[in-house]
Ligand binder design. Structure first.
Ligand SMILES: Cc1cc2nc3c(=O)[nH]c(=O)nc-3n(C[C@H](O)[C@H](O)[C@H](O)COP(=O)(O)OP(=O)(O)OC[C@H]3O[C@@H](n4cnc5c(N)ncnc54)[C@H](O)[C@@H]3O)c2cc1C
Length: 332
């Protein structure tokens, strides 16, 4: 019998009570949601009003005074927080591969003000929202594990894939070095199990879904983490990302292993997952595009505007049906 634990996301360090519901509220803020692709920006027919010049001047002056007053009343926040957007500076943008050119890059963002506190990386997998200022929408991204020295200045690094028609990724890729970016967060997307509850985490990641896998591998207290990383082309795993993965494996001293599966070479098979799920009490975490999550562990569902874990399906279910037993599964 499969124990399928529908755990949810929360801002534990900020809101202790009603953790589960808090998550969904944050997640369901319409402009932030990953699955919300209903951005129709067709401008309405312009309505031209003829106002006397003195009235126009008065309205313009009032607007300016209001703007200045608002800026004065609500100064820019200095620390990253889930309610308001905090200014960061883009300090580097490294394509994952240059040959062939890749549509995925690592963005480094340094806070304008030194951070007053560290992010609670040891609590769970964190995400941070990036604002697209013209459209006033935001999307979530998962910070990669920090590089030495970056922890102190609060630099956050993100692995981002350019979506050709995507609003926030096109905006991010259009930015130049030293441009400002506004971030809000963190949100806890998955809480690490307490020590002793899990012997091994099998993280099955598709594409940029490897970012939360690396974050978990760097911070969770589980004795062993095995990452299965499925990619369309091997180039996605080379260059900057190869360094990223090698660094992490070295730093964690054998606790973490990463296996790459290229779609064209067969991808992740049922035998791979079956083998990955061996090793005592195993937690399976799945992250990636919707279709990938569905194929690996069944699709996530929506109820009353909230995203839920849905039934266990896909390859993980097949493994359980074949060999029996229990497994904890979480779909990011
Ligand atoms: C917790 C969390 C963590 C994440 N971490 C990462 C991360 O680390 N790295 C990463 O790259 N991504 C991550 N994502 C995904 C990310 O939040 C965005 O969803 C992704 O970058 C696309 O955003 P966008 O605004 O560029 O695209 P969107 O504007 O949302 O569009 C996405 C796709 O849908 C298409 N589309 C848009 N509107 C329509 C429409 N009306 N009809 C048909 N198609 C449409 C676009 O062409 C595009 O291909 C994460 C998501 C979540 C929820």
């Amino acid at each position: 019998m499969a124990t399928f634990t529908p755990r949810t996301r929360f801002l534990s360090h900020l809101y202790r009570p009603r953790l589960h519901h808090r998550i969904y509220q944050v997640r369901n803020v319409p402009p932030i949601h990953r699955s919300q692709h209903t951005h129709t920006h067709a401008p309405p027919e312009p309505i031209r009003l003829k106002l006397p010049p003195t009235l126009s001047l008065f309205i313009a002056a009032s607007g300016l005074i209001y703007y200045a007053a608002t800026l004065h009343i609500s100064p820019q926040p200095k620390n990253l927080n889930p309610q308001t957007f905090t200014a960061y500076t883009l300090t580097s943008k490294t394509p994952v591969a240059t040959s062939p050119p890749s549509h995925t890059a690592i963005f480094s963002l340094r806070p304008e003000h030194p951070p007053g506190q560290q992010l609670p990386f040891t609590e769970g997998i964190l995400s941070v929202q990036v604002k697209q200022p013209q459209l006033q929408i935001a999307r979530s991204y998962t910070p990669l594990p920090s590089n030495p020295g970056e922890e102190k200045d609060g630099t956050l690094r993100f692995l981002v894939k350019l979506e050709p028609g995507g609003e926030v990724t096109r905006y991010l890729f259009s930015l130049g070095l030293q441009d400002k970016v506004f971030l809000r967060g963190p949100m806890v997307e998955y809480t690490f199990p307490p020590v002793g509850e899990v012997d091994k985490t099998l993280f099955i990641a598709g594409g940029t879904g490897v970012a939360p896998a690396l974050q978990l591998a760097a911070n969770s207290l589980t004795p062993e983490t095995e990452i299965f990383w499925a990619v369309r082309s091997r180039a996605e795993t080379e260059g900057a990302m190869a360094e990223e993965v090698e660094d992490l494996v070295r730093k964690t001293g054998g606790k973490v292993s990463v296996k790459v599966f290229v779609d064209a070479e067969g991808g992740i098979g049922i035998q791979d997952v079956e083998r990955g799920m061996e090793g005592g009490k195993v937690a399976v975490v799945v992250s990636g595009p919707e279709g990938f999550i569905k194929r690996v562990a069944g699709e996530k569902t929506w109820r009353e505007g909230r995203e839920e874990q849905g039934k266990l399906g896909g390859v993980v279910r097949k493994v359980l049906e074949k060999r029996g037993g229990e497994v904890r599964v979480f779909k990011l």
